[in-house]
Design a protein around this ligand. Structure first.
Ligand code: SAH
Ligand code: SF4
Ligand code: F3S
Length: 487
């Protein structure tokens, strides 16, 4: 299940990755920070905002935590296991601090927001606790912590989008980048902690998004992924003095204050250059519109790939989850996608063992997976999160071994579906954006198709560079990778 590509909100292949800036930002700073990120891509994108704020404060980044003056963990609360991972990392950093008392340890992100100052009672050697909307105050909090006080700011905001902060790209391949377009979430899925850790939904200034994407393209990037917990509800109102209309294809955004929807934003980003690929994550089945689907089909450079998490295939469970759609509604969305974008890659998130789930509910999930023929899924067993609607209303009554057995069934079915989907691609030719060397061998290129599948092919006999598009004929596949040759 875990040959992950980088366009997913929750990318487990990168969990805990230590970061260093890409070329251009290696300063001769006197102080050094080290940052590890956990959780979804929004957290990884936030770490790049934090790097920018710390850069302005005179900190340089290091990949080696032993030489850092400031160690930061950007944390995730989505499942209990995510929090446990962070705690065990903290043990290691605490040991370092014992031999180097001047070291500051900071906890950022969703766990900081969820536990607030309780973190400082539980983990006494932590110096900073900073929530996702409070990163601008890091410089002041660091000063306080250097003076021996604990620095805490977990205030959530209704406005903060960090729109004006140019992220410092960390450990980037120079080809693909993430761009946050909104923050927070107004949905109240009963299992989910995000609305509590990230606060209210707000959309970022469209003009700043376009500017960031244009700058990325001019630096040589060839793919942007627009990020939000629920991108389809992106909605931004321009001020009168700002001109969003220039270049917006045939949409009707004007400088006179007409709202910008997600479809319009997609179109505007796609118009930057036909050489810039556009992806997005995550869509909510209740909000994805035909307008978005038509926009995708109209632009060759908007990738034919939609991550549309279903969570469960049972109407009863969907209702308890407060997902606000039915199995039938979801199936009609899948049908619409296949009609409007016939060659679209589709992936999903699935939770097994939610409160009261029966074997029959599980069968509904398996049947729905077969109907949707997902190319890929991210699959989890339910983990109760304190404070969520489900934790308050329902008993977490499915024994762990049942949750895991059901997860196993879901994973097995998904492996089968992924393999079938890959076998179908044998003999076909795909346009692949080259992201770099294959993980296994520097003799091979690695890239992705518009459907977001990883494609590997030999360098020999063709003279491409990273960032080029290649047409690749697929000869064979593994469960997670297509293998071919340039044509
Ligand atoms: N906004 C995104 C989800 C972000 S969280 C969306 O709506 O799709 C990523 C995934 O984690 C969710 O889709 C869900 O499948 C899973 N998840 C969230 N809370 C969970 C919990 N309490 N237990 C298990 N999995 C959970
Ligand atoms: Fe969580 Fe639901 Fe919001 Fe996704 S849409 S972040 S699952 S509350
Ligand atoms: Fe993301 Fe985890 Fe927070 S999935 S929004 S980092 S709880």
């Amino acid at each position: 299940m875990l040959e992950f590509t980088s366009t997913r909100l929750h990318d487990e292949s990168r969990q805990g990755e230590a970061y260093a800036p890409s070329a251009g930002h290696t300063t001769m700073a006197s102080k050094k920070f080290y940052i590890e990120s956990y959780g979804c891509q929004m957290n990884f994108a936030d770490s790049e905002i934090v790097a920018s704020i710390l850069h302005d404060k005179g900190f340089g980044a290091t990949r080696n935590f032993e030489e850092a003056d400031l160690v930061l963990l950007n944390t995730c609360s989505i499942r209990e296991k995510a929090e446990q991972t962070v705690r065990s990392r903290l043990h290691i950093f605490r040991q370092l601090k014992r031999s180097k008392p001047s070291l500051l340890i900071g906890v950022l992100g969703c766990m900081a927001e969820r536990l607030k100052s309780k973190f400082l009672e539980e983990e006494r050697l932590v110096d900073l606790v900073v929530g996702p909307d409070a990163y601008r105050t890091l410089p002041g909090l660091i000063d306080e912590a250097e003076g021996g006080q604990k620095g805490v700011n977990v205030l959530l905001s209704r406005e903060e989008t960090y729109a004006d902060i140019a992220p410092i790209r960390l450990d980037s391949n120079g080809i693909t980048a993430f761009v946050s377009i909104m923050r927070g979430c107004n949905n109240m899925c009963s299992f989910c902690v995000v609305p509590f850790t990230r606060g209210r939904e707000r959309s970022r200034d469209a003009i700043s998004i376009i500017q960031e994407c244009e700058a990325l393209f001019n630096e040589g990037y060839r793919e942007v992924t627009l990020l939000g917990q629920n991108v389809d509800s992106y909605y931004w109102y321009p001020e009168h003095d700002k001109d969003f209309s220039a270049g917006v294809g045939n949409t009707s955004a004007t400088a006179t204050g007409e709202a910008v929807t997600f479809a319009m934003l997609l179109e505007r980003v796609a118009n930057i250059s036909p050489l810039l690929r556009v992806r997005f994550s995550t869509s909510h089945p209740k909000d994805i519109t035909d307008e978005v689907l038509h926009t995708i089909s109209r632009y060759e450079n908007i990738c034919n790939y939609i991550h549309l998490p279903v969570q469960s295939g049972s109407n009863r469970i969907l209702q308890l989850m407060n997902r606000t759609y039915t199995r039938e509604w979801y199936m009609s969305k899948i049908k619409r996608i296949r009609e409007i974008i016939p060659d679209c890659g589709i992936s999903s998130d699935i939770i097994t063992g939610f409160c009261t789930e029966t074997d029959e509910d599980q069968q509904d999930t398996l049947e729905l997976m077969k109907f949707a023929r997902y190319d890929m899924s991210y699959m989890f067993f339910y983990s109760e999160r304190p404070g969520t609607l489900a934790a308050r209303r329902y008993k977490d009554d499915i024994p762990e071994e049942v949750k895991k057995k059901r997860l196993d069934e879901v994973v097995k079915l998904q492996n089968k579906l992924s393999r079938e989907s890959n076998l179908n691609d044998i003999g076909r030719i795909f346009k692949v954006l080259i992201e770099g060397d294959s993980k296994r061998s520097a003799e091979d290129w690695r890239g992705r198709s518009t459907q977001n599948k990883v494609v590997v092919f030999p360098k020999k006999g063709c003279d491409f560079v990273k960032g080029d598009y290649a047409f690749v004929k697929i000869n064979e596949c593994t469960g997670a990778t297509l293998i071919g040759e340039a044509v």
